[in-house]
Design a binder for this molecule. Structure first.
Ligand code: DGL
Length: 301
């Protein structure tokens, strides 16, 4: 359903389109909704083809173009690629293909890390696809060529985040630090061992800032912090991306007028719409969300 679009020189009531391979992008949507409460949004979680991380980057680029095309057809005024892997694989192609602003999450996360580090030793954890693309390295070096970067692919963290959300002990909201020892019960020790294997080399490299280069990772921040302690700052691109979105819309005179009702629509490409609604609500901290199924027939992956 296309929203009735109010555009004048100073406002545009069309929705912001946001997508990810799954639940992770909801961490970005949450920040956007917090910063821009008057904006309507359309979210697509491509759960049927999740995870993107181990896939070939060309394939992820095709998924990205396909989903952007769908969001454009729904009348979105701006698209946020709330997935680092899709940003690395498809942001440039999408920006060239469509005539609305398209924003990724890698530049925002890189900027936040560059601003935050004192020692100029920065770690990046992300999916295999994102690390292989070198997109974070390039973005950070573009901002400060003197920064030493230590990158690590941490693919199991995507699975742990999804398992944590779905774990039967998990009855609280992500902001209540729910993905923690209590949530995982007996599995906690195993996940802590995996986190140690991934993160201890970064501690040994003496980083003072770690970029959570996957939008799933804020969901398991307590697990990551348990290993890193308090002396390493964690950077998630969600907040910085929301700032970018606000600034782009403001400069273009395209913020919502606030005069029409705000709507948040959710789609998943999987058939499990109830499951997406249940666990999506945990990430968002909402009581209820309604989720519709979206069929994307051309590229089944
Ligand atoms: N949320 C995706 C990202 O930020 C990762 C999940 C996946 O592998 O699909 O890269």
């Amino acid at each position: 359903m296309r929203r009735c679009r109010t555009t004048d020189k100073t406002h545009d009531d069309a929705s912001i389109g946001i997508f990810d391979s799954g639940y992770g992008g909801l961490t970005v949507l949450k920040e956007i909704a917090f910063r821009l409460p008057q904006e309507s949004t359309v979210f697509i979680g491509d759960s049927a083809r999740c995870p993107y991380g181990p896939r070939d980057l060309d394939e992820v680029k095709r998924f990205t173009l396909q989903i952007c095309s769908h969001l454009v057809s729904l009348g979105c005024k701006l698209i946020v690629i709330a997935c680092n892997t899709a940003t690395a694989a498809g942001l440039k192609a999408a920006q060239m293909a469509f005539d609305i602003p398209i924003v990724g999450v890698i530049e925002a996360g890189s900027r936040a890390a560059v601003h935050m580090t004192h020692t100029r030793r920065v770690g990046v954890i992300a999916t295999e696809g994102t690390i292989k693309s070198n997109a974070y390295r390039d973005a950070i070096v573009n901002l400060d060529a003197g920064i030493e970067i230590h990158s690590k692919a941490t693919p199991a963290f995507v699975e742990i985040a999804e398992l944590g959300l779905k774990h039967e002990n998990n009855t609280r909201r992500v902001n209540d630090r729910n993905i923690c020892a209590d949530t995982f019960g007996d599995d906690w020790e195993e996940y802590l061992r995996i986190a140690n294997d991934y993160l201890v080399p970064l501690i040994d490299a003496d980083i003072d800032t770690l970029v959570l280069g996957c939008t799933h990772f804020p969901i398991i921040e307590p697990l990551i912090s348990e290993v890193l302690g308090e002396s390493i700052h964690l950077v998630s691109s969600a907040e910085e991306t929301a700032r970018d979105v606000a600034s782009i819309l403001e400069r273009r005179g395209a913020l919502a007028s606030g005069s029409s009702a705000t709507s948040h629509r959710f789609f998943t490409t999987s058939n499990a719409t109830d499951e997406f609604a249940e666990f999506g609500a945990l990430v968002l901290g909402n009581e209820d969300i309604e989720v519709e199924h979206l069929d994307l027939p051309e590229y089944k992956g």
